[in-house]
Design a protein around this ligand. Structure first.
Ligand code: ZN
Length: 449
């Protein structure tokens, strides 16, 4: 999650899928051009040029659909609305216009599984009072996700192992796993990790956008611990013992390298992009991608506009104009305000968030092609076994063409168009994530022997 507001209305989602698919058909009816990044990355099978040229557009779409249906697809990072998730107010069992990820859109888009995030923001201090407050918030969010399983037992099931995901996918239900975004609610008690594990948490994003007790975040310029703290090293060791994936999205570069040194298991960046394409603090540099490959880990490419591509000035100007019209501050200023002032502005911020989505779709400066460019780059540097998909839907993610899970096929179509083989696409859509999860499970079982 990068921006904290009520999730977006993804209205008329079906129409968007149809339009995007038909647009992409029109735009790409020429011969398939091989992507240069792929030619430099010979470690996986691509479709031969002759084969690709002989294929009609309709055949290509049919092939993409078949591969997509056949793959075990899993998204490593989706947010929930908060404590009201899976209640009368927010029902994820319907095609909910307030959600980019719900059980209906997942089914329509051929998404088998997802990690839902128990996200906890960080405005309190790194002290007992701050930890207590956020720990309670985290527990309520776990409860909200557990309510989903009770509300819709015919449509979804809780996945606590990688094998669970595959088994549940075969039943036609959605596999729902849980991750925790921000290690802040772990507080200063290692025992909380096992409590979270028992509630279903299978990964923890070590920090969010501020430094916490575990490590430095990629957000602030000045370091606090210079990487992983002494307590953070204990956290990683305990996560290895329990079988929880260490998530490096949001953590600083130094924290990332410290984590690779300390962790006995492969790690994941659950929702990040590539710095080489857009030098944003939330993205990984090529050196980090190479180190991730050595570690056996995986980068899950995020579908969030400002991480994928630098915003054009005209787009920023349009957002500023919308803020001025509503009389609201920037997010940065908003989070600095006292709680009562933030509460008073909440309604307007929600209006702005919806307005921002409309403006984003009007400008469409980021598309599925940009998203897949990040996949291409990560594959080129880290290899086909180390790249996946983590949208950050309902937490800031969503781009024209891949604005909700109902549109997931568009990504596969673009991958097929660029010459990715069936095997490669299956790795990207979940195979790599499940492999990392299984290896983390194996390390835990070895450590407990
Ligand atoms: Zn995030």
């Amino acid at each position: 999650m990068s921006l904290r507001m009520k999730p977006l209305v993804a209205a008329a989602a079906i129409l968007v899928v149809a339009v995007v698919l038909s647009c992409s058909v029109k735009q790409h009816s020429g011969p398939l051009l091989k992507n240069s990044a792929l030619e430099e990355a010979p470690d996986f099978q691509t479709v031969s040029k002759d084969e690709a040229e002989a294929e009609t557009e309709a055949d290509l779409l049919a092939r993409a659909k078949r591969i997509h249906d056949d793959a075990v697809t899993m998204d490593s990072h989706v947010d929930i609305t908060g404590e009201d998730y899976a209640s009368e107010k927010v029902d994820p069992g319907i095609d909910n216009p307030e959600l980019r990820c719900d059980l209906v859109k997942m089914k329509r888009g051929g998404l088998d599984g997802v990690f839902l995030a128990v996200y906890v923001g960080q405005r309190g201090g790194l002290d007992k009072a701050g930890y207590k407050k956020v720990h309670d918030i985290a527990l309520k969010r776990f409860q909200a996700i557990h309510r989903l399983f009770e509300m819709h037992p015919a449509k979804c099931e809780h996945a606590v192992t990688a094998d669970d995901v595959v088994r549940i996918a075969k039943t036609g239900k959605r596999a729902i796993a849980i991750g925790v975004e921000n290690g802040y609610p772990v507080g200063d008690e290692i025992a909380n990790l096992e409590r979270f594990y028992d509630l279903g948490a299978r990964y923890i994003t070590l920090s969010h956008s501020r430094h916490n007790q575990i490590c430095d975040s990629s957000g602030p310029e000045e370091p606090m611990h210079n990487g992983l703290s002494a307590f953070g090293k204990q956290v990683v060791a305990e996560m290895n013992r329990l079988g929880m994936i260490c998530d490096a999205s949001h953590i600083s570069e130094k924290s990332f390298y410290d984590l690779l040194q300390v962790s006995k298991a492969p790690i994941m960046a659950s929702h990040s992009g590539c710095s080489a394409l857009n030098p944003h603090d939330r993205n990984l540099t090529d050196d980090q991608l190479r180190a991730l490959k050595k570690n056996g880990g995986v980068i899950q490419i995020v579908a969030l506009d400002s991480f994928l591509k630098k915003e054009p000035q005209a787009f920023l100007d349009a957002l500023a104009a919308a803020r001025a019209e509503l009389g609201i501050p920037t997010w940065e200023e908003f989070y600095k305000l006292p709680e009562n002032e933030r509460k008073a502005l909440r309604g307007k911020m929600e209006q702005y968030w919806k307005r921002r989505n409309t403006i984003k779709n009007e400008f469409a400066y980021v598309t599925v092609k940009d998203f897949v460019n990040h996949i291409d780059h990560a594959v080129k540097i880290a290899g086909i076994d180390h790249v996946g998909i983590g949208t950050d839907f309902d937490g800031g993610g969503g781009i024209p063409g891949f604005d909700n899970h109902g549109e997931a096929l568009n990504v596969t179509v673009e991958l097929v168009r660029r010459g990715y083989s069936e095997e490669a696409i299956k790795k990207i859509w979940g195979g790599n994530l499940l492999r990392v999860w299984r290896e983390v499970e194996q390390v835990a079982s070895d450590l407990n022997r």
